[in-house]
Write a protein of this length. Sequence first.
Length: 98
Amino acid sequence: MIIEHAILPVIPGKEADFEASMLRAIPIMESHPKCHGVSVRRQLEDPSIYVLLVHWESYEAHMDDFRKSELFEQWRELTHPFYVEKPTVTHFRAPINN
């Protein structure tokens, strides 16, 4: 299991619209059979910055399976119009304490 970590820079003043759209987008991502949970959190210091954390079965499940699917296109349609710039996406391995 890996975690996708994405910093989502939202257009200032559009946070409420983004959150409403994200609430519709999260179930789309979670419907993918290799997705095991999605969390989106708003930053305290800069309320136009969000972090997306997604548990995937593997890196390939995210990059090859989800990103090349119709589900990703639906996700992108709901979320990407709100970004100031392209999100920074990275992936993390299993915890080191397991």
